[in-house]
Design a protein around this ligand. Structure first.
Ligand code: F0G
Length: 436
């Protein structure tokens, strides 16, 4: 891997910017407590060289080149030796046009960048391959995370593939069964804590320090580096022609941070000339970033976040300073949507033949609101990022289509686009009569 580039950990706070060796085990700046990011200095290839290199690698069968993350490795050159890489051939996710969903969202056209096509079914794999590789480089034996389900599924898989011990902390009763099942199947030690995501994150930070475990939550700067590849791959699929808007759901805000960093760096390297605008969508019951963006000041945590989109049921998002910087510098926006809006948008994404998990559908619900208020123009070029696979939460789907879905607080969700199965006798005449 590139030896001439110097990689460091740098404090994200503009007033600090203290730098640390890339091999230090740090999640926050020891001087000011700020978030950390990786920064690079030294000679980098030209935009033309990079574009050619990425395209050529599609003809290669080498493990690093067939990964939709490591194919772009010159854009996050933090690892000094490829021998540390653990890859499950993550990334390589499609950009899918969906006319029905576009119409529902008030747009002429929409393309979904579907991260649910990843090995464990969510965008977390893009970052986890980098986080797990750095864990191996640091000689770590054990890795840990708190998760609303997808990070844990992903970490469990990558830890297993890398021969690391995985320790997972989950909010008891508040993750989908599919995600919990993945963690168990991949052999992770799984603890369900009677607390919410934000409370468990504080707990896990203490435990990681005390027990010398490497933390793989999204404030881990190497996870953020890997998640940048979602943007690089999308841009390459569009021949480096950036869209007007990139829309994504916001929970702990690691992905928003990664997307903004990717876009800034792509522009600095000359890979793109124009910055797309970021639109972050939150669920109404867990929308502290929406409040912050529109009210200003510091983030006020939501003490009891509530949403059926459990992936984004987060009241105190760790990466808000980075995310705020990225949304503002892209001239972007933040929107919030109701449980009903998420559920109906999700069904429409299903009707388009695409499908996704509830948190991902916040994107289309948000787009519908943002086109209605003319923040996003009808003819805008929009990419929405679907973060998780439709099969992550089948319980939600079944309840929606059978009219049994209830929002937190017991409010019934209408099955606006409901589709129920019908029980029939084993009788061709009666079935034929029914279908006529
Ligand atoms: N969509 C899905 C499907 C997620 O799983 C998450 C986060 C998000 C969106 C929000 O991304 O946190 O980067 O803003 N899931 C985390 C987890 C918190 O533990 O799996 P974010």
């Amino acid at each position: 891997m590139s030896s001439s580039v110097q990689a460091e950990l740098t404090c994200f706070e503009a007033s600090c910017r203290k730098r640390f060796a890339i091999t230090e085990v740090l999640y926050n700046c020891p001087k000011c407590g700020g978030l950390l990011e990786t920064t690079y200095s030294g000679p980098r290839p030209s935009a033309g060289e990079l574009r050619d290199l990425f395209r050529q690698r599609r003809l290669s069968n080498a493990p690093l080149d067939t990964s939709g993350v490591w194919r772009y490795r010159e854009l996050f050159p933090f690892l000094n030796d490829p021998k540390y890489v653990v890859t499950l051939r993550e990334g390589n996710t499609p950009l899918l046009e969906a006319p029905i969903a576009a119409q529902y969202g008030g747009l002429d056209r929409i393309a979904f960048k579907h991260q649910g096509f990843n090995p464990t079914g969510s965008f977390k794999d893009n970052g986890m391959t980098c986080g797990a590789s750095q864990a191996r480089r640091l000689g770590m034996q054990r890795v840990a995370c708190v998760s609303t389900g997808n990070t844990s599924a992903s970490m469990a898989a990558y830890a297993a593939a890398a021969g690391l011990e995985a320790l997972i902390f989950l909010p008891h009763g508040n993750i989908s069964f599919g995600k919990l099942a993945q963690a168990l199947e991949y052999g992770a030690r799984t603890l369900e804590v009677e607390a919410n995501f934000d409370q468990i994150l504080a707990l896990v930070r203490v435990l990681a320090e005390r027990l010398g475990i490497y933390l793989l939550n999204s404030m881990n700067p190497f996870r953020v580096e890997g998640q940048k590849s979602i943007i690089f791959e999308m841009l390459e699929q569009r021949d480096w022609n950036p869209p007007d808007w990139i829309v994504l759901p916001g929970g702990n805000l690691g992905n928003t941070s990664a997307f903004g960093k990717a876009l800034r760096e792509a522009r600095e390297l000359g890979l793109i000339q124009k910055m797309p605008r970021l639109a972050v969508i939150q669920a109404e019951g867990a929308a502290p970033f929406y409040e912050l963006f529109h009210q200003g000041g510091e983030l006020h945590a939501v003490g009891k976040p509530e949403t059926l989109a459990t992936a984004i049921r987060i009241g105190d998002p760790v990466s808000w300073p980075k995310a705020l910087h990225e949304v503002r510098s892209s001239c972007g926006t933040v929107e919030r949507v109701t449980e009903q809006e998420i559920a109906d948008a999700k069904a429409m994404i299903g009707r388009a033949g695409v499908g996704c998990e509830p948190a991902s559908a916040a994107t289309l619900a948000g787009i519908r609101k943002l086109t209605a208020s003319a923040v996003i123009a009808k003819n805008a070029d929009v990419v929405a990022v679907l973060t998780g696979n439709v099969l992550k939460d089948p319980d939600y789907i079944y309840k929606y289509h059978t009219g049994k879905l209830e929002a937190p607080g017991g409010v019934k969700i209408r099955g606006t686009f409901g589709n129920q199965s019908i029980v029939v006798p084993n009788d061709p005449d009666r079935i034929a009569a029914l279908l006529q």
